[in-house]
Design a protein around this ligand. Sequence first.
Ligand code: CP3
Length: 356
Amino acid sequence: MTLTPEHPLIDGRTTNATLVRAYRGDRSERTPVWFMRQAGRSLPEYRELRAGGDMLDACLTPDMASEITLQPVRRHGVDAAIFFSDIVVPVLLAGVDVRIVAGRGPVLDTPVRSAADVLALRPLDPAALDPVRQAVAQTVEQLGSTPLIGFAGAPFTLAAYLVEGGPSKDQIRARSLMRSDPQTWANLLNWCADVTGQFLRAQIESGASAAQLFDSWVGSLSRDDYRRRVAPHSKRALNHLRGLDVPMVHFGLGTDRILPDIAALGVDAVGIDWRLPLNDAAAILGDQFTLQGNIDPALLSAPWPALRAHIDDVLERGRAARAHVVNLGHGVPPETDPDVLTRIVRYVHGELADGD
Ligand code: CP3
């Protein structure tokens, strides 16, 4: 199946958006900018709307998910919206008992650790994704020519939460399962690839104009483990987008050693964390990839002249790539002053006289 004639990439609404063009390899006069975790606790309007409510309930209530997605677009004038949801949403919809604990992240009271646990995982019923489809459709309706980015967690990062039962430092239990029971590992990653792939496809079919795969914890893997035991499953997740001509982005933390393997996944753009200068990433990846990143989130609380000099450096190094989408090197910290984010957008767009 291909995109419908009403899809924003097909009817022309987002075809020439700076973000879509940059992902496809064109430089526009204005460098596009958006922020990972731009929707969320840094915004008072988000905190007010969410007050007391459960995070995953909010993700599955279309009016709420849509409104939260639109908040940072209205406030900051970013060049893209990212769908308000979470990487564990498709896992929940497939029947796994997962919740999100504020300040911690996804938690499972009963982690998935044995061969029997993995065999007990059920496939995701496509109908369960209806709230996601509805939220995306009504969001895209409001966005007009601003593209919506759909996203999903990569199989390794999802599996790390499932096996560990929550956030963990080096994903020791997950990596140990990978080596001690390779068949169970492969089954688990295939299951993750399919639920996450279906979640991503649902967003694209419903109107999202780009797809980002988050493999946040991939930095704990050796190159060999990534190549042999993880990357094929990331590829399987992305294969769910087969036939849909939509730009694809990969993001992970600590990916220096595995960039060539990420390049082999077949994505259009690669997100880089704040530790690797973009020109170094470009030297490894060559001119077939757009780079996304990589303002250090730590500098969001620095005085403006220091932050501005850092942004100038990021923009300059980004010139080494075929095209550049400005972003942070990881998500917006919750304590960030939202006015700083607006200022970055205006600065990158060239709307501030000498940055003031
Ligand atoms: O604005 C956006 O970026 C869109 C929404 C989004 C969320 N999670 C909302 C969210 C996206 C893209 C994600 C992805 C996600 N979720 C990742 C990959 C990106 C990354 O940050 O590395 C990961 C690892 C998760 C798992 C997860 N969910 C974590 C680590 C947390 C944070 C826990 C906390 O409270 O600090 C969550 C919860 C979560 N997901 C929040 C938001 C806005 C905070 C929940 C709240 O407001 O109470």
